[in-house]
Design a protein around this ligand. Sequence first.
Ligand code: GLC
Length: 482
Amino acid sequence: MQVVHISFECYPVAKAGGLADVVGSLPKYLQQFGVESWVVMPHFDIEWVRNHQLEVVHEGFTRIGNERFRYRVLKEQGDVLGFPVYLVDIPGRLDRPGIYIDPNSDFLYWDDFERFVSFQVAVLDWFKSFSKKPDIIHCHDHHTALIPFFMTSSPAYHEFAGKPSVLTIHNGQYQGIYEPEKRSLLPKVNPEREGFLYWNNRLNTLSAGIRTSWRITTVSESYLHELQHYSKGLESLLTFENGKSLGIVNGIDTDVWDPATDLHLTKNYDHKNVTEGKEKNKEWLCDHFNLSPDLPLFTFIGRLVGEKGADLLPDLITRFLETGLKGNFIILGTGETQLHMRLNFMKQDYPDYIGISLSYNEKLAHRLYAGSDFLLMPSRVEPCGLNQMYALRYGTIPIVRSVGGLKDTVIDYSRQNGYGIRFDHFNLDEAYYALQRALTLYSDPHLLHKLQERAMNRDFSWHNSARQYQLMYQALIKEGLP
Ligand code: GLC
């Protein structure tokens, strides 16, 4: 069975968030179940692309609106990801240094709709002449959600009408909503299918994908239920499409994320020498950020945006320190400018307890998972969340709000076989109480050690989830036309 994953991100080629981690690892694990898969993504003007050997495998012409454009498809030659990666080059559109955001201005590219659409029509145009036709087309998020729509609705791609398609929603907050006038840039579709493009009188590419793909998956079961109650206007659609929807929790790449072999760490360790291993990594961190290694270390890693609950951090940390509790905090990430400012002020107020790195830094992230005692994830919304799983694998106790994938992957330590700390509602009091519980846990090294071992022994690999995808693909092929 052959499955193609079409995505705007894939780690390590280009990453803006967890989508890249999933697309960069799921194909590898699918192979273990006999599912041969490859990835198709844009050819950005980035370092990875410049440093790898690529060969042009196809050249063609297609169009958006009245504009005819040339595109090329390049294949990576070294098989460095463990599965084939194809990059679609569209000069003037995709060959830029940012994935979605222009690094020079920090704004979204002005022509993001044109970029997403030209990529999708180029992919389908290429597939028409591609000898290795995939059995399943698997799209990820709104950037590629028009593909199932075109396949089922556009005469130009009529030959794909009977091909099973899957759309995975990694984040339903982003739906690809545009003014209806943008419709003129899209290919002709059968008149009775035209309505699928719109939702609430706007062009909504995610909704078009939801309505026309054969299966919808979300990246955890809880998130699927949550979307049916809160998804920025798509609630009724997702409830209506429940019959073809499935929640499959993400796994993590346990080759990349392994404290026993991770080259970024100051000291490697496994569950047998977790205490010593974490201590050494914590020493490096505390030295680097000028903090005392004797205090518990709380870390936040991720985008500094409301969705991740990052706006709670300044008040939470201030309350913690002002009420005389003792602990250090390190924050790694980038996001809203206002929040950057608030965090910088806080650092000035409490220089001895706070370390911040307002950047994207993969290496430091690995070191933080290893050297921290606790990882904070007070998310408002969390479709799956990977950071809590990375933390657990490194023996770091996650403190999470019970939402989406966090609810499905973290068991509170007050429960049987638990290993984490959970709180229910997004507010300062509950988050503060969770930190107090963390301090109580920290003061009991024996219990902490037991939970660290338990966390490290949990299996968060892709094995189970890849199997679920394989079963879904098999069922789709057997089913035939939806
Ligand atoms: C998005 C979600 C995150 C999820 C990731 C991978 O980034 O916000 O929760 O883990 O996609 O599916």
